[in-house]
Design a protein around this ligand. Structure first.
Ligand code: HPA
Ligand code: ZN
Length: 359
């Protein structure tokens, strides 16, 4: 039996570390929940809103979408469906963001959000071949005091469900260093730490996230290579990037296409850049599309793509024994797929790979 490149990359078991549950919601579900909750969306079909000029405009649409999410069951449902869609993209392990500031701004209690998300995870774990933990994202424009309240909430939750704290939303005009006490409190509480930085903002924001917020990963880190000294540090300290190439094309619009994305050059320089979908519902993509795009447009070969998955295992916030089990499960699955006659096996490198020449 032979397999297509697309079939192989869809079946490739994956680990995804950067996906927002609200941004993963299906447009059809958002439309249905809006109707049920009596929320007027500006359009009949939310997909009509999914054209963005930049990150700030995307976040405005994000706010509109979040208006539809009101009840515990709404959050249970989008969490469960996000994981159904993850399974269809080959994801075996995911760490998923929830950003409660948007809906809290519309009067939905944090406890409602969290109860629904936790129920969605529990249901998904019972039904689906995927494991997921959550990262609570603070909303940078809401400021450090609001963020501190989220950290206090996170510190009280089951650590096996809520593993860490992140920070998202706009980057322009944000003083990232002001969140240092928030991240220090998260560290004191034993929470893992990550932060969106260098997405549509400069490498200086990545430096601040690492040096002043003490993050263990950087979400996006698109602009890292602008600062060679910082790049060396990221390599030496093994700090992973959760890159989202298609999101960077479709949302922040910082590159015209994946062929111009620094992902492969970052990896060639030794950075542990991983592949992630970011907001798959709103970009109408999934993480398999990111794997396909970096293969087709940046020439990443199968070995490279398997290594990306293994780097994501290392960079995950899963317990060490689970990482060991995951690595061996993935290795066996990689080998099984390699035996299925895929053209990716033994294919001459297409253009460049991280270990080859840059296009
Ligand atoms: N960047 C910043 N904030 C976000 C994103 C993103 O990619 N997705 C959802 N909130
Ligand atoms: Zn993101």
């Amino acid at each position: 039996m032979t397999m297509t490149v697309e079939g192989h990359l869809r079946a490739l078991p994956k680990v995804e570390l950067h996906c927002h549950v609200e941004g993963a919601a299906r447009a059809s579900t958002i439309a249905e929940l809006a109707r049920r909750n009596g929320v007027a969306l500006p359009v009949e079909d939310p997909e009509e809103l999914f054209e963005f000029e930049d990150l700030n405009q995307f976040l405005d649409v994000y706010g509109v979408i979040c208006r539809s999410l009101v009840t515990v069951d709404d959050f249970r449902r989008i969490t469960y469906e996000a994981l159904e869609d993850a399974v269809a993209a080959g994801v075996r392990y995911r760490e998923m963001f929830v950003s409660p500031a948007f809906v809290m701004g519309f009067g939905v209690p944090l406890a409602t959000v969290w109860e629904g998300v936790a129920q969605g995870l529990a249901d998904a774990h019972a039904d689906l071949p995927v494991r997921c933990r959550m990262v609570l994202d603070v909303d940078k424009p809401s400021g450090p005091a609001a963020a501190m309240e989220l950290v206090a909430f996170a510190a009280e939750q089951d650590r096996d469900v809520l593993v860490g704290i992140g920070a998202d939303s706009v980057e322009r005009g944000i003083d990232h260093a002001a969140f240092a006490p928030v991240f220090a409190a998260a560290a004191d509480a034993g929470l893992h730490r990550t932060c969106h930085a260098g997405e549509d903002g400069p490498a200086a924001n990545i430096r601040t996230a690492i040096e002043q917020l003490g993050v263990e990963r950087v979400d996006h880190g698109f602009r890292l290579l602008d600062d060679p000294e910082l790049t060396r540090r990221v390599v030496d300290e093994g700090i992973a990037l959760t890159s989202c190439p298609l999101s960077n094309v479709l949302i922040a619009r910082v590159v015209p296409d994946v062929g111009h994305h620094p992902f492969i050059e970052q990896r060639r320089q030794g950075v542990r850049a991983t592949l992630n979908s970011d907001d798959p519902g709103m970009t109408r993509t999934d993480v398999t599309d990111d794997f396909l795009a970096v293969h087709r447009e940046l020439g990443a070969d199968l070995h490279e793509l398997e290594q990306v998955v293994l780097d994501a295992v290392d960079a995950s916030f899963a317990p060490d024994d689970e990482k060991v089990a995951l690595r061996s499960e993935l290795g066996a699955e990689f080998a099984r797929l390699r035996d299925m006659g895929s053209p990716l096996v033994d294919a001459a490198p297409v253009g460049a790979s991280a270990t080859g020449e840059r296009r």
